[in-house]
Design a protein around this ligand. Sequence first.
Ligand code: C5P
Length: 196
Amino acid sequence: MIFTVAIDGPAAAGKGTIGRAVAARFGFAHLDTGLLYRAVGAKGGDPVAAAEGLATADLERDGLRTLAAGQAASRVAAIPQVRAALVEFQRRFARREGGAVLDGRDIGTVICPEAEVKLYVTASAEVRAHRRWLEVGGDESAVLAEVHERDARDMGRADAPLRAAEGAVVLDTSAMGIEEAVGRAIAVVLERMEGR
Ligand code: C5P
């Protein structure tokens, strides 16, 4: 069975948690596509060469989850040749046999517009910054500034800017606990499966 769940949205909206839970519930493979850009940013040197030569080991290195790695990722993600180098791998993953969940910024818009389910997971910048701050600590206002900066770069870039795909179900998790958000996402998938 080919069945793709495309989850897009800004940083710290809950995409990863929802993506992992949906994949576990349906036995689908899961790809956190942000990790690809984080790995390219962390490799250093020429980002295009880094993207073209990206290997599994690059995705396993330490430090990819830090705020600095997120900023580096969003800078290299604005380079069209970097995005182009990563398209084919993501498309193949999306249409693999057995079902797939991908979360990122352009999954429903560019990588897999034909996805059976498209979700746009969002939350207010303040709520997202607070969640991120609970994970990383430090100065909460600096984390909020970081969230605003990354939103502006991801939504404002010319190539594959972050936006809700046509036909996406919007899930605003600002006032939702994780269980509710996951429950809603699973309900959307079940509804789509039943309608097939
Ligand atoms: O989701 P995550 O915070 O790990 O993503 C890091 C950065 O990678 C994002 O801020 C964004 O610039 C970029 N990205 C992207 N397209 C994706 C996934 C991530 O441009 N599909």
